[in-house]
Design a protein around this ligand. Sequence first.
Ligand code: ATP
Ligand code: MG
Length: 286
Amino acid sequence: MDISKYRVSNGSDFVLADYATRDRGPYKKKTHALKDQKANTAIIASEQDKMYAQDHWGVIILTQAMDAAGKDGLIKHVLTGVNPLGTQVFSFKQPSAEELDHDYLWRINQRLPERGRIGIFNRSYYEDVLVVKVHNLIASSKLPDQLITDDIWDQRYRQIRDYERYLAENGFIIIKFFLNVSKEEQKERFLSRIDNQSKNWKFSTADVRERGHWDEYMDAYEKAIQNTATEDNPWYILPADRKWYARTLASEIIAKRISALGNKYPDVGEEKLAELEIARQQLEDE
Ligand code: ATP
Ligand code: MG
């Protein structure tokens, strides 16, 4: 599958409207995509196993999207089958009082995965240049007034680029997904959450309020991606109107990125091999 057309590695000329919300890639049939998705998940599982054994690299998968774009389902489907001991998921919500009493990356640092593991961020520090920007929450934040200038967003984009580069240079790769859902499809999904009793719990009236800010969100996303898509830490724009395609694409991207790390089971030295031989003898002599 050609993943390069969804990859943004030089944000400066990024235009969100150039990216499809509905696509099916090379797949005539959904069942073919699901087969590939399953194969990719198996690759991710085996690569994570090697990564854990080697204990050098770590992987962060970050998802950002409008409500009902399918973040939760994507995480569930793509990572079901990967060893739960090797993964951790964290959902970033509205910051607590304690979190607001710190810089915005503080809470992120507490949730970074260990080496050898895959950490999944359901929303992330990008909220601090998205919802915070759209609703001007910075004005009521605890930042000193003198620091809230017109440069605040450019400063944050730079801080995020630096933070991601720091992580990459320390062995933690970041795979950044934007689930690109259309406004029409979001409406359909909201209606089905209202109409379908088993989905009622997923619906919140706040989601409709946020939908009212659609254009401002799209603008905030576009600027965030323009300013933080780099060769080392690209964004992937997943067409999200077809859930099965977004999931297959994500699985393909994760499998490729994690395989490219070249993890392999550590070689054991002569000494260890000799120890294993002695242990075998002891067991056989019991
Ligand atoms: P779902 O609705 O599928 O359960 P969700 O990620 O939308 O998942 P919610 O609890 O509905 O989870 O929403 C979390 C909310 O927290 C979002 O509206 C998000 O914008 C908000 N949020 C996250 N980080 C911040 C932040 N730094 N400042 C303000 N709001 C934030
Ligand atoms: Mg929500």
